[in-house]
Design a protein around this ligand. Structure first.
Ligand code: NAD
Length: 259
């Protein structure tokens, strides 16, 4: 039985992680940690877990934690987990250098898995995109478009950036050198090798991604549409049971899924 800490129990994802963990064999939610001004603090969840804002006590005694929160919270949790060596499953997107550095430091003492997307379908999409880019080569132009609900904070989505990175890897490019996230005004012709990544926002759309691979006389589109948040929550729980007890270091969702 893996004892689990869940960050952000009041959030869209954290809530589903707790609900799915309650019916999944082999995991038990041991603690729930939310921001100090969350209305859930001090409340008792269905399974008897009291919601706390204290990371140290919340992580104590857990084999893994699942984090779908904010970049600032992700950095703070990684810092706290270094002392307890808890396995980290991080789904928060839009992570900046500070959070990534904390996760790198945590990976020196604990297993860490950061994934912009926990669904099997999206991880398969990344593999397909990389091999399509490799096969099509420099004559095709690559663009990525994503669509998410109006509440999403970061843009473009972490999954869209992962998709662009997979396309770049297929052509042995570094995404940083070819990424284009804005076109407005007299921007001139499309640069060679450029990969455009653009986000749309609206309604309660859970998440949709399409990679466009555009040649002179044909176009390939590879798409994924999420129909429920459950696939991300279930994927994160699967990652937590797989990760707990492994040696320190960084792991990928591809490793969990055997892709
Ligand atoms: P949300 O706004 O509904 O929830 C965020 C949660 O974080 C809230 O419960 C909030 O109280 C909590 N939080 C904020 N600061 C905190 C702190 N200091 N300590 C503890 N908890 C804190 O957001 P959401 O839709 O659940 O998404 C959360 C993140 O997960 C986003 O970055 C989103 O892009 C990402 N996400 C990733 C995947 C994936 O598969 N990797 C899937 C969906 C969403």
């Amino acid at each position: 039985m893996i004892k689990l800490a869940v960050l952000g129990p009041s959030g869209r994802m954290g809530r589903r992680v707790i609900e799915l963990a309650a019916v999944k064999e082999g995991v038990q939610v041991h603690s729930a940690i939310d921001r100090s001004d969350s209305p859930l603090i001090g409340q008792v969840l269905d399974d008897g877990v009291v919601v706390t804002s204290n990371l140290e006590t919340g992580l104590a005694g857990c084999a893994a934690y699942v984090d779908f929160t904010t970049p600032e919270s992700t950095a703070a949790a990684a810092r706290a987990a270094r002392h307890t060596r808890v396995a980290a499953v991080v789904g928060t997107t839009g992570l900046g250098p500070a959070a990534l550095a904390e996760l790198d430091r945590l990976a020196e003492t604990a297993p860490v898995l950061v994934a912009a997307n926990f669904s099997l379908g999206v991880n398969l999409l990344l593999v397909l995109a990389e091999s399509a880019a490799r096969a099509l080569g420099p004559d095709f132009d690559f663009e990525v478009v994503e669509l998410h609900h109006r509440h999403k904070r970061d843009a473009p989505s972490g999954t869209a950036l992962a998709l662009a990175r997979a396309l770049a890897a297929g052509r042995d490019q570094s995404l940083d050198e070819v990424l284009c996230t804005a076109r407005s005004g007299d921007v001139g012709e499309r640069g060679p090798g450029e990969i455009g990544v653009f986000g749309l926002r609206g309604g309660e759309t859970i998440g949709e991604h399409t990679a466009y691979l555009i040649g002179d006389s044909e176009r390939i589109e590879i798409s994924h549409r999420a129909a429920s948040r459950d696939l991300f929550a279930a994927g994160a729980l699967r990652a937590a049971t797989w990760l707990a007890g492994r040696p320190p270091g960084h792991y990928r969702m591809r490793d969990v899924l055997g892709l």
